[in-house]
Ligand binder design. Structure first.
Ligand SMILES: Cc1ncc(COP(=O)(O)O)c(C=O)c1O
Length: 426
């Protein structure tokens, strides 16, 4: 595998960009080796600066449900960009996509567009605090909601109110009002909400976690959460930035038939362009400026190019498309798990419809602690590099999810299956 051009460009990058990257997860730090420098993508494939090709299962961290350079998104973006790139004014494009989202996701009665998932969750919790006039935010261990100061905490060993930040540079005061609880633990949830109820503004979670590998929340856990948040008048926020429009047009909340008060979206919704969305009940959204006292603004928010590319993508996503994609992914996970079982291998492919992840233990895991115990940088690094040599690109970090797009062929998936079996047989 030729690497000269990638190496040269990356070594230039390291001199002027921190670690040579613009996001740490791209750095290959946990898998070893040096990041590849990509030049272009088509369908399920990525091509690097040395002309190597890869079947891509990272897909811009889940943003590309139709793979790279999908014609509809490109045509919509091109047509729009020729009329001007950004106006900083109202446009019809933003109304059109807002209408589509509101139609697909009934819990969202009103939306606000922003430029990243982080911006969406940060703004959603500010709005929830403004609406309830309460300070505390509840999150769950292992759920990632972007690099929002208040949300970068992890509870130690499942102890509900033990606070430690996951990053330097975050004053204690920022996380004093954040409580991180164990995912899928009804008992701890009930106890915490009951004791702190008058101080809790919102509970935010990924209804299918994708940032500690793929772990779907138990439906009973979600139902309890919904009932209690309703009872205590706490705003329930589903972070569907990764799962939204990944499994069906109504997102995971339609799968589990639970209506959150607010939802955050991103990734797929932008058709590959930077985006974040938050929305929900009208009475909550109306607390946002210019109607209400919660301030949030953005120079590029609702950018027409993003809005048009996003809408062109969302319009292609129908039940038929999801049925095929979900089935293919499920079949894949079933086959590889049968192989692990037959060969008594300590590995498990966790999947939720079109989302997958691999853990190095038998059977599924339910929470962050178990996910960490079943993770291994060393094994994952070896697996990652084994796949890379065979022209397969996965997320270069353990505990991440990977995705199948509508452009992945049977042959692509057969190649991944063969490479996985080869690795684990060794
Ligand atoms: C569930 C979830 N929420 C929020 C974010 C943050 O989004 P962004 O990286 O666009 O800021 C991510 C990013 O991966 C995510 O997976």
């Amino acid at each position: 595998m030729k690497k000269e051009n990638s190496s040269r460009i990356f070594s230039d990058a390291k001199k002027i960009m921190v670690g040579g990257v613009n996001s740490p997860a791209r750095s290959f730090q946990s898998v070893g080796g040096q990041p590849l420098v990509m030049k272009y993508g088509r369908g399920s494939k990525l091509y690097d600066e040395d002309g190597n090709s890869y079947t891509d299962y990272c897909l811009s961290w889940g943003a590309l449900i139709f793979g790279h350079a999908h014609r509809n998104a490109i045509l919509a973006a091109k047509k729009t960009v020729e009329r001007g790139i950004s106006f900083g004014t109202s446009t019809r494009a933003e109304v059109d996509i807002a209408r589509h989202i509101v139609k697909c996701v009934p819990s969202i009665e009103m939306v606000r567009f922003v430029n990243s998932g982080t911006e969406a969750t940060m703004s959603a919790i500010r709005l929830a605090r403004g609406y309830t006039k309460r300070p505390i935010v509840i999150k769950f261990d292992g759920c990632y909601h972007g690099h929002v100061d208040d949300l970068l905490t992890a509870a130690g060993s499942g102890v509900a109110n033990l606070k430690e930040s996951s990053s330097l540079g975050i004053p204690k005061s920022h996380i004093e009002n954040t409580i991180s609880l164990p995912y899928n633990n009804v008992e701890v949830l009930e106890k915490t909400l009951a004791t702190q109820k008058d101080k809790i503004a919102c509970v935010i979670l990924e209804p299918v976690a994708g940032n500690m590998g793929v772990i779907p929340a138990d439906v009973t856990f979600l139902k309890t959460l919904r009932n209690l948040t309703k009872k205590y008048k706490i705003v329930l926020i589903f972070d569907e930035i990764m799962s939204g429009f990944r499994t069906n047009p109504g997102c995971v909340q339609a799968d589990v038939n639970i209506t959150p008060d607010m939802t955050c979206l991103g990734k797929i919704v932008g058709g590959g362009f930077p985006i974040g969305v938050y929305g929900g009940r009208k009475d909550i959204m109306r607390c946002l400026a210019p109607l209400g006292g919660v301030y949030q603004a953005g120079t590029f928010s609702g950018n027409p190019v993003v809005m048009r590319a996003g809408l062109a993508t969302l319009k292609l996503l129908n039940n038929d498309f999801y049925a095929k994609l979900n089935q293919r992914t499920e079949n894949f996970a079933k086959e590889i798990n049968a192989f692990f079982e037959e060969n008594d291998i300590d590995a498990y492919m966790s999947n939720y419809k079109g989302m997958m992840s691999i853990r190095f233990a038998k059977g599924p895991v339910k929470n962050y602690k178990d996910a960490q115990e079943a993770s291994s940088n060393e094994k994952y690094g070896k697996l990652f590099n084994h796949l890379l040599k065979r022209g397969i690109y996965w997320p270069p970090a353990d505990l991440e999810s990977f995705f199948v797009s509508g452009m992945h062929s049977k042959k692509d998936l057969a190649g991944l299956m063969e490479a996985l079996k080869e690795f684990f047989k060794e």
